[in-house]
Structures are given as C-alpha cells and as structure tokens.
Design a protein around this ligand. Sequence first.
Ligand SMILES: Nc1nc2c(c(=O)[nH]1)N[C@H]1C(S)=C(S)[C@@H](COP(=O)(O)O)O[C@H]1N2
Ligand SMILES: [Mo]
Length: 383
Amino acid sequence: MSLTRREWLRAAPLATLPLFAGRTAARIQEPGGAGLIVRQQMPTNLETPLSGLVPWKTPNELFYVRSHFAVPKIDTQNFKLTVAGHVGNPLELSMKDLGALPAVTKPLLLECAGNGRVYLTPAASGLQWGSGAVGNAEWGGVPLGAILERAKVKPGAVDVVLVGGDSGAVSGAASSTGSFHFDRSVPLAKAQRDECRIATSMNGEALTPSHGAPLRAVIGGWYGMASVKWLSKIIITDRPYTGLWQTDHYAYQVRRNDLPELVPVTIIQAKAIITSLGLNDTVMAGKPTTISGKAWAGEHQVAKVEVSTDGGTTWGAAKLANDDKPFTWCDWSFTWNVPAAKGPAKLVVKCTDDKGNTQPATRDVDRRSYLINHLVPLDVLVR
Ligand SMILES: Nc1nc2c(c(=O)[nH]1)N[C@H]1C(S)=C(S)[C@@H](COP(=O)(O)O)O[C@H]1N2
Ligand SMILES: [Mo]
C-alpha cells in the first residue's frame, strides 16, 4: 500500500523540519479490521493490522507471516530432526522423541528485521512492511540448549546452524545459481540461553504450516530471521558460519577503523509504536485523550517510553502498564491534553532501554534495509 497523492502532499512540509529531514514523513494507514494485510501472495507474506497489535499476546490468526519460499511438505509421521556436526553424539529425533523431553512455554516477541521498511526514504527494495511485522506469542516446546546438551557439543564449537526444510532460488549479490535452504546460525553461547527455543506450539495451539509446523526455532531477542521455521537440521560448526542469510541477506554495515564491514543482523533494537490511533485519525479538541501502544527492546528491558504531541519538540513520559519482561513487549499509555485549537498534530513515540539505547531521530543508511527503529511521526487531526 503506498501513500496517496493527497497524503504525500500533506506529508511534504514535514521534510523541512530539521528533526525529520530526509525521512518518510507519514505512517501508512492500514485497514483496522480483522485479517492480515497481504504484502505478497507467493511466497506468503502477511502483515498484522494495527488492531492485531493491541492484545499482549498476538492472536495466531493475526500473527504476521514472513516466508522466503513456499511452505515445504513435511511428513510429520516420519519426520526426524537431525543434530550433527561438531558433536560427540549426533541425533535423529522424531516428533515423539521431542515430545518426551520436558516441555516448557515462554512468551517471546518476533519482529522482522525489515519491519517498518515502508518508512525508509529513499524507498528500499524488499517487502514494504508497515509497523505490523511484529508479534508476541507464548511458545511451547523445548529449550534449544537441552537438545545441544544431549548432542554433546564438543569443545571448540562456534556456531549453531539452524536449517529450514524450505528452499528455492535466491536473487542477490552473492547468490549464484542453484537452490538454497533457508538457514541461519546463532553463536553457541546464545543458543544455550533460555530464550532460545524449539517450538511445536504457539499460544497453546499446534504450530500452523505457515508458522513452521511441525517444528521451528524461536530465538528470543533477535530479529525474526534467526527463528528458523520448518526446522529440519541443527549443525554445530567449529568455525564461524557465513551462509547466504547472514552475509548477502540480513547483514548490515558497521565501520571499524573507517572500514565498512558487513555483519549479520542480530539483536532487536528498542522501538515504541502507537496502536490506539492510525494515520489521519481524529481526536477531539480540548479533551484529554489516552494514547496507547507497545514498546520492546530485544534482549534488554524497556526503561522508558516518551511521547511528543508536537512533532518531537517537547516530550512527556508515558506510563508503562506492565513490568516489561525482556524478550517480549510492554503496554504503555499517555494522557494527551488535546489543545482547543483545531488542526493537524504530529505524534511521536520513543523507547529507551535499560542500557540507555534509544531510538535514533534519523535513519542510519549503513543499516541498509534492516534494523528500522528511527522515529517516525504519526499525523492525526484535532477536531
Ligand atoms: N525456514 C524458514 N524460516 C524462517 C523464514 C523463512 O523464510 N524460512 N523467515 C524468517 C523471517 S525473516 C522471519 S521475520 C520469521 C517470521 O516468522 P513467522 O512467519 O512465524 O511470523 O521467520 C523466520 N524463519
Ligand atoms: Mo524477517
């Protein structure tokens, strides 16, 4: 969905404000009703509408779907998860074997590294996600660490490569011909942490095919690309893994000694969004109104959410409704004493985590088309 001409015109003067210079000037209004927003039919890529971001647990039928290939056909009866590589005890685990391991559930947030891509200027190629390639669910299954323990990972192990059962051709700089599986590695120390899961259920229901049935990884605190769906193999390496999905795709530039280097996208950056209002929604003049939304901070805790109702000039503190747990999100609210004067207003929200990381005012182009958490104002109308 792109901005209409009228929206562009309305948005244009904002680009002249120093705080928002050079960035997308308006949010995209999404249909607020039930149902996912189709970003791509094949492979299936679906975005959560604003209304679906309101509950703390995202309903399964409204949880965004991000798939690079068609859903693979997996015969669950005869399915085996392979665990191999730099291990003393290679494993072939059936769904029954996995079911016999102690099951635990944990709420973990997933956000696509390209969430918010539609707000980039100049426009970046890739799926044009608005704010809804994010969701929070209760994942049931076994800790990834429990499986690594059984496999007896050898000293000197470096990366844990999670391999999906889906595959196909890939376009991009480093990709040549042939077929690639979707895969992604996680350093051993991260993979052993409690927020890394092998999930078979989502919010108490069996995983659906589009979310990775029968088995997926969920890597809490990291962008979604590490949460490999249709998990078929776990390969432990004794050297850093440099697969396509962390070098060509899902990588961004960092500059050390003034030398740009591509590094894999990993930890989710702090972000807050408004869920109670959409683009060009109206609020009543002269009346206090409560604005609310969500905030999250990857591996860290949300420490502070601030709200500006004047396009970023002045800020006030929002109330955090629940104690944020790392790896999920928290609800925030803010009472806006809406002025009596009618006209347009620009709302901005900003999240700061407990390590002091906050949302940048301007977009860092070295992030390519990922890690999108710069401040984006929301235009509303006071009437
Ligand atoms: N096998 C496989 N796993 C995958 C993907 C994929 O295309 N294939 N997409 C990844 C990306 S980029 C994201 S953001 C999440 C999305 O998970 P969801 O579709 O359940 O929301 O899955 C990840 N796991
Ligand atoms: Mo993603």
